[in-house]
Design a protein around this ligand. Structure first.
Ligand code: NI
Ligand code: MN
Length: 226
């Protein structure tokens, strides 16, 4: 499994050649718009954690360019189905076995409305099991006790957690979240994009290190392999 970071919560996940584009926000991201060409992204699936624009801005373009299947909660799926996109609706607690692996839509504490005000259902995260590797994409969320449910079912190899604070967990709560999901290997996301979420990288890494954990921060376009 290869995970490439395109800024904010935008992640391209390659599972045995199947490409999953998660929360594409590239053309409007000042950090990635000049580095990544949305029209060159290849995706078989587009996964959306919630409807906020900093997670969905390029979803329609990428889904239509690739004839990809869009996977999200019911309300978000219906929003994109009306635009002619193939969708797979899910809701909290539900799993589906796709050809590439298993996806579970899990709880997040946040909000979820589209930029035009359309209701975007309740926000979530994803647990993805594929290629004998298991990852948790928290999406935008507060620290929540529900995270403790995840390791009851899934032994994680990587937790992808927001660390930018203000709109989501910050570093200290992300360290607690890492305890809750029983995974010490963390990829930090949702930081630096806007003034509200600018963080000190070295301080964040030091805090994780002091807690006996590994925080990875990728450059835009950077990848890690599991
Ligand atoms: Ni959000
Ligand atoms: Mn966000």
């Amino acid at each position: 499994m290869k995970i490439t970071f395109y800024g904010q919560n935008s992640l391209l996940i390659d599972i045995s050649g199947t490409q999953l584009m998660v929360d594409p926000f590239i053309s409007g991201n000042p950090l990635s718009k000049d580095l990544v060409d949305v029209n060159r992204i290849k995706a078989d699936f587009v996964l959306l954690t919630h409807a906020h624009q900093d997670h969905t801005l390029d979803a329609e373009t990428i889904a239509k360019n690739n004839n990809a299947t869009l996977v999200s909660n019911y309300e978000i799926a219906m929003y994109y189905e009306k635009k002619g996109i193939t969708v797979h609706p899910m809701n909290h607690g539900g799993s589906w076995q796709f050809d590439f692996g298993k996806v579970k839509y899990v709880n997040a504490i946040h909000t979820s409305s589209f930029a035009d005000g359309t209701y975007g259902g309740q926000p979530g995260g994803f647990v993805i099991e594929g290629e004998h590797k298991n990852i948790y994409i928290a999406g935008d969320t507060a620290l929540t006790q529900d995270m403790k449910l995840i390791p009851m079912q899934t032994k994680l190899d990587l937790a992808i957690l927001p660390i930018g604070d203000n709109f989501t967990m910050g570093v200290d709560d992300a360290i607690r979240a890492s305890d809750f999901v029983e995974c010490d290997k963390v990829l930090g996301v949702h930081y630096d994009t806007f003034g509200y979420i600018k963080i000190d990288h070295e301080e964040a890494k030091r805090k994780f290190y002091n807690a006996g954990k590994d925080l990875m921060l990728l450059e835009i376009g950077g990848s890690l392999e599991l």
